[in-house]
Design a protein. Structure first.
Length: 105
């Protein structure tokens, strides 16, 4: 008996590698940075001089580009892809940078 295999590439052993459809453009990057600061669409719009509805559609575009479901995931992916840097995102008030004490040998 002969087994006939389908033509084409073999099925992959795992999920496809993560690849954003395109990078965040210079218009969307300030929106993403202000999302990382924890601002609402209304505040982002005021800060950037954009209508709240425009910001809302830009946030949705960011989520689509990064293949994520929410703002927190967008920031995490942007950090991982080095679209944003941690030094661009301030810590919330009352939280200090933690520098673990060095152990003496």
């Amino acid at each position: 008996m002969t087994t006939v295999l389908p033509k084409g590439p073999a099925p992959s052993a795992g999920p496809a590698p993560y690849k954003p459809r395109r990078y965040i453009n210079p218009t969307l990057r300030p929106v993403l940075l202000l999302i990382a600061h924890g601002h609402t669409n209304r505040i982002i719009g005021r800060h950037l001089g954009r209508d709240e509805e425009t910001v809302k559609s830009q946030v949705q575009a960011i989520l689509r580009i990064l293949h994520v479901d929410n703002r927190a995931q967008a920031v995490a992916v942007a950090l991982r892809l080095r679209i944003l840097r941690l030094d661009e995102i301030p810590l919330p008030p009352g939280i200090a940078h933690h520098h673990p004490a060095r152990r003496q040998p």
